[in-house]
Design a protein around this ligand. Structure first.
Ligand code: AMP
Length: 197
């Protein structure tokens, strides 16, 4: 697979739970290896737990570049990954900002409330036209359907502009993620979301 032209770094949001479905842990590792094979740097929340750790280990162990960003108070709980470059910050807000600044695109794998918090902020910044960076969900086994339904619900009630539905992509297979990122890079900024619904 070749590297998308404008994409040097992809930020991955995903779950920190070690109790996750093994299929989800595997797909996180598969994506880490795909990033490494494509020469794309992984930016992630640091640590070695859950899908986050599986993705980072696979990327690093197959020769990829990895940047972790972890708040000091989580270094023990999320088990800092000594083998890769890690920046230690003080707050969750600093973590999200640095991850945002260091990435050209965002990929969302299955995750819990922390993953939701991160991607909702990213999507709300897109809705406010603060960025046009690609956002691609891996909808493994329909995992994100309830979330997409909730967003559509807000559109149906005219609380979110319908144009917003065009601001991210969803794919079912891990090998389709980077091509979707590449396609979105080409069309970045083409969807204008009105500020007032
Ligand atoms: P989860 O999806 O709940 O397993 O969380 C995934 C990652 O998101 C973990 O590294 C959490 O530390 C992180 N996280 C949770 N809440 C926040 C937040 N408010 N800001 C930044 N990162 C968060």
């Amino acid at each position: 697979m070749t590297k998308p032209p404008a994409i040097d770094s992809v930020c991955v949001y995903c779950g920190s739970s070690n109790a996750a479905d093994p299929a989800f842990l595997k797909v996180a590792a598969d994506f880490g290896a795909l990033l490494a094979a494509s020469g794309v740097r992984l930016v992630y929340g640091g640590g070695q737990v859950g899908l986050m750790g599986a993705c980072a280990r696979a990327a690093h162990e197959t020769g990829g570049r990895v940047l972790g960003v972890i708040p000091r108070f989580l270094m023990r709980r999320e088990v800092i990954y000594e083998a890769v470059e890690t920046r230690v910050v003080e707050t969750m807000h600093e973590r999200k900002l640095l991850m945002f600044e260091e990435a050209d695109a965002f990929v969302v794998l299955p995750g819990g409330v922390g993953t939701l918090e991160e991607v909702i902020e990213l999507m709300s910044w897109r809705r406010l036209s603060l960025h046009t960076k690609p956002i691609v969900f891996l909808n493994q086994d329909g995992y994100w359907e309830p979330f997409f339904a909730l967003i559509r619900h807000t559109v149906d009630h005219r609380l979110t502009p319908v144009e917003f539905l065009d601001c991210w992509r969803s794919v079912d297979r891990v090998e389709d993620i980077l091509p979707a990122v590449e396609a979105m890079t080409g069309e970045a900024g083409t969807t204008i979301v009105p500020l007032v619904t």
